[in-house]
Design a protein around this ligand. Sequence first.
Ligand code: RB5
Length: 145
Amino acid sequence: MRIAMASDHAAVGLKAALADWLRAEGHEVEDLGTDGEASVDYPDFGYRLAGHVAAGKAERGVALCGTGIGISIAVNRHPGVRCALVSEPLSATLSREHNDANVIAMGARIIGIEMAKACLTAFLTTPFGGDRHARRVGKLGQPLI
Ligand code: RB5
């Protein structure tokens, strides 16, 4: 799968570890930054990732920051993406099954590498449930009234 990743400075270590693991699992990974530990602003990287996924340049996105909260808010401001902030695999599974999430967000200061891998595995392997969920997800893409 083509996977794009982005993080702020708080999650560069987790991003690098997950990118290595995803590549070893056979995925094509594009790292959209940030690249070092110099302080940056998570909206810049969340917006970059959201645009990338919405444009079809990646099938899925991985958004990381200290808590996962800030970057998930940024990603979800783009109407073409559905970003799920998770810290355990059941939420990751249901974000695919019910919400057709195309971006997963996690917090490097919240979860460890093994939990992050378990969340990512669930996110990448669970299909969308369709049916009644499709109607609801369709409404998420409509303009606000
Ligand atoms: C950066 O210090 C921190 O605020 C950021 O990574 C994130 O946790 C914000 O939601």
